[in-house]
Ligand binder design. Structure first.
Ligand SMILES: [Fe+2]
Length: 534
């Protein structure tokens, strides 16, 4: 008697039908014209393919022989069944296509009748199946199975290589997206193009398997720079000549050259086999090139490499253009502020140029203190505007040649707050406000308008305070000559950490000679511009 492990047909969806291992089973059915069930051998579970023309019947004795099966096999069963099975390479070999026939003249086993009934087969259907099925011997059956199995294995190998290729493609796509994400993440205006180029050159070798990558950038108003990694097939001087050739091309599309040997380029660049070059550009503006040379493994560059480099080049180009636009905007703003302030200063011939000199001196001190570039720009602009509030102070008081009365001095002391109020509604100048408002604070807290002390005084204002005092002391006035440099130094030493921040004064002393030159050059330019004897 056969002990049977029968599993009734399980719910099989259409999606399951189209996916392995059912696809492989269906192919076996097509090639052999034999009915097959699908068995997950390790669990003894027998899945019925939808439409299978076989009662789902799997005796345990046969199941035990299916376990560990590594190639197609037929199994002659003592109870009149001839089972046949083909291990399926898909799904890690867990599944086996399995079927059976009645041996010639053998009666239907009782367990098979029972299994068919459990599976919903009517007696008539079962009888028809038993009558209609082909009766063949094990030997030709085994040959048929081997032939069909080799075809299935071939399909599996193809599928496996397709999966591998897809997986590599996904890996590459992930890396590409990751690099593009890093680039976009670093597109703040404070990130220099050089930093973005370094990021690209760090990651490009993992994405394009070329022997070298080169980036050339020439932002407007700056000289050209070249970065590279890997084994460049030419010197930087030769690279420059190649870039000049590329620049001569009017097209803004990627340039792919796969067969350099035998072309005119070969004589000049004998180690160059192939390259892809894309312009770094934004709109009509071209800012340089990205080039990958000599794709590894003797392969040719194609649209994948070209389009990826093109995306990177577009990001770089946009960034360079944005920085350029920002510089243009800053230049415009500074130009406007300079002309506005010089008009104000010109009202008083004795303080003419004061604001611009304070701006220049403060900027030089800021550089000496190694403050960040953007802060130094703010210092310069704040220097230009620090006394703009004097527009609200009576001219008579400002031009008075003698000592001021208390009331007049109270009027003058209002100019930092007046300037602050004038500028505070201008969004583009908000960063210079601390210098305008607090440049008359004293380090010991005795200054005005807010009576701030020490580090509570914004650094911008502490730098301006030194520059402002220097220009006031060194400039001639109607009632006195400007102080000599030694005298100014003495005043500053006495006021160290009392009126002025000692660290800012250290910066001043370290670049005092430059400050003297700045003031001398300014005075020369100014006198020439106003026709004062030159
Ligand atoms: Fe002032």
């Amino acid at each position: 008697m056969l002990a049977a492990t029968i599993v009734a047909p399980v719910g099989v969806t259409k999606a399951d039908q189209s996916s392995p291992p059912f696809a492989a089973v269906a192919r076996l059915v097509q090639q052999t014209s034999l009915p097959f069930l699908c068995v997950e051998a390790s669990r003894g579970v027998c899945f019925d393919r939808q439409g299978s023309e076989l009662p789902p019947f799997l005796p345990e004795r046969i199941l035990s022989q299916l376990l560990g099966l590594s190639e197609p096999a037929t199994i002659d069963d003592v109870d009149g069944l001839i089972a046949y099975a083909v291990p399926l390479p898909s799904h890690g070999g867990r599944f086996i296509a399995y079927g059976y026939q009645l041996a010639a003249g053998a009666p239907l086993p009782a367990e098979l009748r029972h299994a068919a009934k459990e599976a919903g087969w009517s007696d008539a259907r079962l009888q028809a199946w038993a009558t209609d099925q082909p009766r063949c011997t094990a030997e030709p059956l085994a040959a048929l199975l081997r032939f069909a199995a080799s075809d299935i294995a071939g399909d599996a190998a193809v599928a496996e290589s397709q999966i591998l290729e897809l997986s590599e493609q996904l890996d590459r796509t992930y890396e590409e997206i990751s690099l593009l994400h890093s680039l976009s993440h670093n597109l703040q205006i404070s990130t220099s193009p050089a930093e973005l180029v370094a990021l690209c050159l760090d990651r490009l070798p993992g994405l394009i398997d070329a022997e070298s990558h080169l980036v050339q950038l020439r932002p407007p108003g700056e000289s050209s720079r070249i970065w590279s990694n890997g084994d460049l097939p030419f010197s930087i001087a030769d690279a420059n000549q190649l870039l000049i050739r590329l620049d001569a091309q009017e097209s803004s599309r990627p340039i792919v050259r796969n067969f350099i040997a035998g072309s005119p380029l070969a004589a000049k660049y004998p180690r160059l086999r192939n390259f892809v070059a894309v312009p770094v550009r934004e709109g009509r503006h071209r800012f340089g090139w990205i080039i990958s040379t000599n794709l590894s493994g003797g392969r040719e560059f194609g649209t994948i490499e070209a389009s990826f480099l093109n995306t990177i080049a577009t990001i770089l180009g946009t960034h360079v253009r944005n920085i350029d636009l920002l510089h243009e905007q800053n230049d415009l703003l500074v130009g406007f502020v300079r002309s506005f302030v010089s008009t104000l200063d010109a009202k008083d011939p004795y303080t003419r140029g004061h604001s611009e000199r304070v701006a220049l001196i403060a900027r030089r001190i800021g550089e000496q203190m190694r403050l960040p570039d953007e802060y130094i720009e703010a210092i310069y602009l704040s220097g230009l505007l620090h006394d703009v509030g004097k527009i609200g102070v009576d001219d008579q008081i400002l031009r008075k040649n003698g000592p001021l009365t208390d009331e007049e001095f109270a009027q003058v002391k209002k100019h930092p707050v007046i300037g602050y109020n004038i500028l505070s509604s201008l969004k583009n100048l908000r960063h210079v406000l601390p210098g305008v408002r607090n440049h008359h604070e004293s380090f010991d807290g005795t200054g005005y308008p807010d009576g701030l002390a020490g580090d509570d005084i914004p650094l911008l204002a502490r730098v301006l305070a030194v520059a402002d005092a220097y220009d006031a002391m060194s400039s001639d006035r109607p009632y006195r000559k400007g102080m000599p440099s030694e005298k100014i130094d003495e005043v500053f030493r006495r006021g160290r950490n009392r009126q002025w921040d000692g660290e800012v004064l250290d910066g001043y002393f370290d670049c005092r000679d430059d400050i003297l030159m700045i003031c001398a050059a300014y005075s020369f330019e100014n006198r020439r511009a106003f026709g004062d004897g030159i």
